[in-house]
Design a protein around this ligand. Structure first.
Ligand SMILES: [Zn+2]
Length: 277
């Protein structure tokens, strides 16, 4: 009964027209909006409605969370899920947004962090970190994409770098290709074309690879065409064909990913949130 009611509410929501302010926000945030085919555009708008209207949004520590901020974050989620089923973010129940980088109550990581994804459905983000990531759209650094990739990952039940794939036949090549590049990143960090934070564990590798897939598709396709192919099969997208509008591919000057080993993070255990610096 509850499932039926939920489906009814979602269907009603999806039939609502997109508010004018949302249309404008999409156009401002996604320079490639007009390049999307009809299905991707419909998927983008549907996921945006679901993220905006069917997830809880909480401003933490007194942070005032206005519609513009919620839209900015939700658009990134709709961007990566636009060709995925509408229940792609089913495991996500709420966004908790801080107005500054935050420290976990137990300070388990010895300092401020930019985001966390919890297995029980909460994504925590630092708004300044989100803004910094969005200011460099071709850097491979985007905390929103990163944490939402963790949400997709845990759709399989675990943070293990393998989300629910679309077909049973997809798992063998996925495991083979991801293991190859994960091992290479750990063993040869000096040759890394992905953020070294991806060497932390398989879940971080998938999140970092997702950031590269959407922000550095040309580089990923050139350096790791088979990894690009696996991500493309999962996301059902080919971002390489979208013309790049970036003026610079340089990362943020103080990209916290550049020296991840200095942070001294412990390895994550089952049930721990996944943290992003
Ligand atoms: Zn992470």
């Amino acid at each position: 009964m509850f499932g039926l009611f939920k489906r009814f509410r979602r269907n009603a929501l999806l039939k609502e027209p997109l508010p004018q302010s949302w249309e404008q926000a999409l156009a401002d945030a996604l320079p490639f909006l007009n390049e999307l085919n009809t299905l991707e555009r419909e998927g983008l708008e549907s996921h945006l409605k679901i993220l905006m209207k069917q997830k809880h949004w909480v401003g933490a520590g007194g942070f005032e969370l206005d519609e513009s901020i919620r839209l900015t974050i939700a658009i990134q989620g709709a961007r990566i899920a636009r060709a995925l089923p509408l229940d792609a973010f089913e495991r996500l129940s709420e966004f908790v947004i801080y107005g500054e980088d935050f420290v976990r109550p137990d300070d388990a990581f010895g300092g401020p962090i930019h985001g966390e994804a919890h297995p029980f459905g909460t994504v925590v983000l630092s708004w300044p970190a989100c803004q910094e990531g969005l200011a460099y759209p071709c850097s491979g650094y985007n905390p929103i994409l990163h944490e939402l990739a963790h949400v997709l990952d845990v759709s399989s039940g675990y943070f293990d770098g393998t989300p629910l794939l679309h077909s049973g036949e997809d798992y063998e090549p996925w495991a083979r290709v991801f293991q190859h590049y994960f091992d290479a990143l750990r063993q040869h960090p000096e040759q890394a074309f992905l953020d070294l934070y991806g060497a932390e564990d398989e879940a971080e590798f998938f999140a970092v690879a997702t950031e590269a897939f959407f922000e550095l598709p040309d580089l990923l396709l050139e350096e790791a065409p088979d990894l690009y192919e696996e991500l493309g099969r999962f996301y059902r997208l080919d971002p390489h064909i979208i013309p790049c509008s970036c003026e610079s591919h340089d990362p943020p000057v103080d990209d916290p990913h550049t020296e991840p080993e200095e942070v001294g993070r412990p390895l994550f255990g089952p049930g721990d949130p996944l943290d992003f610096f």
